[in-house]
Design a protein around this ligand. Structure first.
Ligand code: LLP
Length: 417
């Protein structure tokens, strides 16, 4: 479900015609629908309304502070993976007791910052990290609340780069060694064990891997109880997929039902870390056609957005639907939609059937709300795109387009040059 629809051949976001917006703010630009964001967050969160839970939006999917604040206003928390994301979450007014901190490589500075802010919990990924957090907590005179991120060794059946819950992945603590690690954690002075955590992967389109992981975690929680280790929080990570093309992922309500069925009467507060399912289809990338170019073997549509703006097609071979902002009666042709970057890997779509377009036309790259802007870069010294939030028939610039001055603002030329 989303609020990007044609009305008399014009693509609208909610009640705002997008071609008009593109003319006004320029391209490339990310556009998010307020109503879609709200709806997606609420549907997910309300699916668990019968049980104590906290929905911590995974900031890595979209970390704009306006968007984080929106979810905060709906009672949501944030799952962070860096000091930078913690800073963003706090700037967005997310209460510290709704922030959980995941990630395999937390630095001493980041740990200190999170301890100082007194976040809800750290998801620990290794013995060494546990020791480091215990030490830093002692130094700052705090107890660190922790969960161990357990690697349940289930196959999420997704792209290898975004599968995380397999034994061979770098994430989490092997489930077979988890009991020992918990006992070690229990013996540490500055650690308070509060949870068990896992995250099996991203863009999952089946329920089974979630249920398999949960079963293993429930068993672990029972064993921990025998060791007098009580678990308050069970964090199931994120990972629920969305429809980019033909995928048919479970609806959040089905996902919730499957999880709640497994839980029986486990007296834990559930934590979720959804990213993509909340924001993915709530955002698009608008780009303008610069040139069309025919070679003996291909038709190219050269647009002003590139792999630095949206890297998913280049990095994962991901599919994003592309459609014109103004529908025409043009015949369709097979094209590669490519950006201006000097790499053959710079494309938004390959061998795609699109109605014939010409220079100046606008295109919408759909389902770009998750891992779009957050993965963007300045490669080829391209200023990052603007981000726009649309609410009804109004728009709000929630991140200005970067300028050429921004590109060099942190650079210094030493005297000897
Ligand atoms: N929690 C943890 C610990 C994670 O590592 C992730 C995603 C999430 C939650 C959120 O997962 P989601 O609900 O969004 O699936 N750049 C890739 C996706 C990488 C996901 C990394 N971890 C992409 O563009 O597809």
């Amino acid at each position: 479900m989303h609020h990007f629809h044609y009305r008399q051949n014009e693509l609208y976001c909610e009640n705002l015609p997008l071609a008009q917006l593109a003319q006004h703010v320029g391209t490339p630009c990310y556009v998010y629908s307020h109503a879609t964001l709200m709806h997606h967050f609420k549907v997910f969160d309300e699916a668990f309304s019968d049980v104590p839970h906290l929905t911590c939006f995974a900031a890595k999917a979209n970390s704009n502070i306006a968007i984080l604040k929106l979810f905060g206003s709906l009672g949501g928390g944030v799952d962070i993976v860096s000091g930078g994301e913690l800073f963003r979450a706090r700037q967005a007014g997310i209460p510290a007791d709704r922030i959980c901190y995941s990630g395999v490589g937390k630095t001493p500075e980041e740990i200190d910052y999170a301890l100082k802010e007194d976040i809800l919990l750290f998801n620990i990924e290794s013995s060494q990290e546990l020791a480091a957090i215990n030490k830093r907590a002692g130094q700052v005179g705090r107890k660190a609340r922790i969960a161990l991120r357990v690697n349940p060794d289930v196959d999420p059946k997704t792209h290898p780069y975004i599968s995380t819950g397999l034994k061979k992945n770098k994430f989490g603590i092997d489930i077979d060694g988890a009991l020992k690690e918990y006992e070690r954690a229990k013996s540490l002075d500055n650690i308070e064990i509060v949870g068990v955590d896992c995250h099996v992967g991203s863009q999952l389109t089946e329920i089974t891997p979630f249920v398999d992981a949960l079963q293993r975690l429930c068993l672990l929680i029972k064993r921990l109880k025998d060791l007098q280790i009580d678990i308050k929080y069970l964090d199931l990570g994120g990972g629920l997929g969305i429809t980019y093309d033909q995928e048919a992922p479970p609806h959040p309500r089905e996902y919730a039902q499957a999880i709640l069925q497994q839980l029986e009467d486990l007296p834990c507060t559930l934590i979720f870390e959804p990213g993509r399912v909340i924001v993915g289809n709530a955002g698009i990338l608008i780009t303008q056609v610069l040139y069309t170019k025919k070679t003996p073997s291909k038709n190219f549509v050269v647009v002003d957005a590139a792999m630095n703006d949206l890297i998913r097609p280049s990095l994962y071979g991901s599919y994003h639907h592309i459609q014109p902002l103004r529908k025409t009666n043009q015949e369709s042709e097979i094209v590669d939609v490519v950006g201006p970057i000097c790499e053959s890997g710079d494309f938004l779509a390959k061998d795609r059937s699109l109605p014939t377009v010409q220079a100046g036309d606008y295109l919408a790259v759909m389902s770009a709300g998750a891992y779009g802007f957050t993965m963007s870069s300045n490669y080829n010294s391209r200023p990052r795109a603007a981000e726009i939030l649309v609410k009804d028939d109004r728009f709000y610039v929630i991140r200005e387009r970067e300028t050429w001055q921004d590109l060099t603002k942190h650079e210094r030329i030493p005297d000897f040059v």
